[in-house]
Write a protein that binds this ligand. Structure first.
Ligand code: ADE
Ligand code: ZN
Length: 335
């Protein structure tokens, strides 16, 4: 590979905007909003970034959201992400946010949506990144709560392109959310769900069969089921894999043990994403760099991964063609 990873045109499809809150911005927003944090200095805050599993991370992730109060806070967080994504060579981003986590703290849905959307509205002009917004629902909350928020988003005509399903996976199977996904599909929204991060391969199957999702977020545990892998390959279901996240949350022991190379050679439609980059050691460029260092990926592999990310996105055909053209030019320049 001749050029740095920033020059590889790519889409990021698995990104929680609240997971981009860097410790410095957390402290800045806490000061701005007069909020006293349990870990009020950079040093004490950073000491908390050691995780044993998904839940240990979620505890800190939800606690840190306390600093997000105004539209400007949500807009500043979103712009900070777009700036870093640009430095990772992201040309299209599909960004999840957790509406229930904010409404539960007393922040109005309009504040959340308008803040994020105002930054996304100028993301092409400001950062050269086309963007879409995905409302992710918390699977450890009830389906009723999710349906209520979805209806509110539809009523306010929120600029969302789809819905997702996130938070604590084990014990909260896709079957809990059949009505939610049916309603979202009927409303013309695109459908994705986290599955097979910590949960079993059957959750991946259920997300496809019961929720009708078009993409699976993570999906790494699918490799444990040969028949499921065969289906995912045959249907080319996109799996939005997040290598650094999986190591930091101990879904895999080490980067060297990550199943992504095995998934690639099986013919699965995988792409590389950052999940919650402020918590897991880096943005999408850092995820690529770590995998290139570990597995010596060549230009053809990088082209496959970036091509998968672009083709698996919910962007318009015209935007996909534009980005695939940029990718072809990148490939030609690799010689
Ligand atoms: N919310 C934010 N990051 C998440 C992850 N990796 N898995 C599930 N829910 C999340
Ligand atoms: Zn995620």
């Amino acid at each position: 590979m001749k050029s740095p990873i920033i020059q590889l045109p790519k889409a990021e499809l698995h990104l929680h905007i609240e997971g981009t809150l860097e410790p410095e911005l957390i402290l800045e927003l806490a000061a701005r909003n007069n909020i006293t944090l349990p870990f009020p200095t950079l040093e004490t805050l950073r000491e908390q970034y050691e995780f044993s599993d998904l839940q240990s991370f979620l505890n800190l992730y939800y606690a840190n959201m306390a600093v997000l109060i105004t539209e400007a806070d949500f807009a500043d967080m979103t712009r900070a992400y777009l700036r870093r994504a640009q430095a990772s060579g992201v040309r299209h981003a599909e960004i999840m946010f957790d509406p229930q986590a904010h409404v539960a703290r007393g922040v109005a849905l309009t504040t959340v949506v308008n803040g994020i959307a105002s930054a996304l509205a100028s993301s092409v002009a400001d950062f050269g990144i086309s963007a879409g917004l995905i409302a992710a629902f918390l699977r450890d909350e009830s389906e009723e709560s999710a349906l209520e928020i979805l209806e509110a988003l539809l009523t306010m005509d929120a600029p969302i392109i789809g819905i997702g399903l996130d938070s604590a996976e084990v014990g909260n199977p896709p079957s809990k959310f059949i009505r939610l996904f049916k309603r979202a599909g009927e409303a013309g929204l695109r459908l994705t769900a986290h599955a097979g991060e910590e949960g079993p391969p059957s959750y991946v199957e259920d997300a496809l069969n019961l929720l009708g999702v078009e993409r699976i977020d993570h999906g790494i545990r699918a490799v444990e089921d040969r028949i499921l892998v065969k289906r995912l390959v045959a249907e080319q279901i996109p799996l939005t894999v997040c290598p650094l996240s999986n190591v930091r949350l101990r879904a895999v022991d080490t980067l060297a043990a990550h199943p992504l190379p095995q998934m690639l050679s099986a013919g699965l439609n995988v792409c590389v994403n950052s999940d919650d980059p402020a918590y897991f050691g880096g943005y999408v460029g850092a995820n690529f760099d770590a995998m290139v260092a570990e597995f010596q990926w060549d230009a053809a592999t990088l082209e496959t991964l970036a091509g998968n990310s672009i083709r698996s996105s919910f962007a318009s055909s015209a935007r996909k063609d534009e980005l695939l053209g940029e990718l072809a030019a990148w490939s030609a320049a690799q010689g």
